[in-house]
Design a protein. Structure first.
Length: 286
């Protein structure tokens, strides 16, 4: 019915949003709140410790949540791979139907109409033949799902709407520094801190999300050894920690302008040229 609802070759208006993203974003927000609480607590309890070491310690409590997210993300990538493979090999003959599984008898023993025969008649009327319908599913529907999952699994703006807590963390510090600067006759450092918060929110986090999604796709395979499977999920966390700490080091030691003019191009590049490597279908002649 979806294929029949529009002319062949026309661009569909379909948006796919995997439900796992809602849980992942919610868990990310809770972890960020926990990490922020730990950061401020450690910052006041251990004032002499370098800030990057405090940030590393603050990230540890959320590591368990991020580990669970990594496991779920890998499972989701495996399900997408399976779905694309099944669509590429779709055949009416291998599709299961409840009526045939029960030998066309209801629970009370009464005969049932064969849904497969009814559907096949509709397919022949709408598409000319079962083979033509199978080709459209294998080609058109598979291409649609692959494109949506590769390029629009979650939009940049939807991700930005879900992660403003990163900006709020630095906004609090920026307000404090702006107030102190105005009291002393200068607010330049507070303004830089405000812009820095925007960059972390709209550039660093989207860059990390895109890269980690790619890494997760590469490490999606489930291994027979549970310990090795956990190690793959921890490897994703390790990549995330290395990249995030690299931005922090660049921010602290590289200076404001180096941080800004490195983060923005990286975010633009990854969102433009680093799609999710969803499996491509085997080209079949129509």
């Amino acid at each position: 019915a979806f294929i029949r609802s529009r002319p062949e070759g026309s661009k569909p208006h379909v948006v796919l949003r995997p439900t796992i993203l809602g849980f992942a974003i919610l868990a990310f927000g809770c972890s960020a709140v926990l990490g922020t609480f730990c950061y401020y607590s450690l910052f006041h309890v251990l004032p002499g410790i370098p800030v990057y070491f405090i940030i590393l310690l603050a990230l540890l409590p959320g590591a368990v949540v991020f580990f669970l997210i990594a496991n779920l993300a890998r499972a989701f990538c495996r399900s997408v791979t399976t779905m694309c493979r099944q669509l590429g090999e779709f055949r009416i003959a291998t599709a299961e139907s409840y009526c045939c599984a029960t030998d066309h008898k209801s629970e009370s023993g009464e005969p049932m109409i064969c849904d497969r025969e009814v559907i096949q008649q509709c397919i022949k009327i709408w598409f000319g033949s079962v083979e033509a319908f199978e080709r459209r599913v294998q080609n058109e529907v598979c291409d649609l799902l692959s494109h949506q999952l590769a390029h629009h699994m979650i939009s940049y703006w939807r991700l930005s709407e879900a992660t403003p807590i990163i900006f709020w963390i630095l906004l609090d510090q920026s307000a404090e520094r702006l107030y102190s600067g105005l009291q002393d006759g200068g607010s330049g450092f507070g303004e830089y801190h405000f812009i820095r918060g925007i960059i972390y929110w709209l550039a660093v986090v989207p860059f990390l999300f895109r890269v980690l999604l790619r890494v997760t796709w590469m490490l999606q395979a489930q291994t027979p050894c549970r310990l090795l499977d956990w190690l793959l999920s921890f490897l994703i966390l390790f990549v995330a920690a290395v990249l995030f700490l690299s931005f922090i080091f660049l921010d602290i030691f590289g200076g404001f302008y180096a941080f800004v003019f490195t983060s923005i191009p990286l975010a633009l590049f990854t969102w433009r040229y680093l799609p999710v490597p969803v499996p491509k279908r085997t080209v079949r002649p129509d």
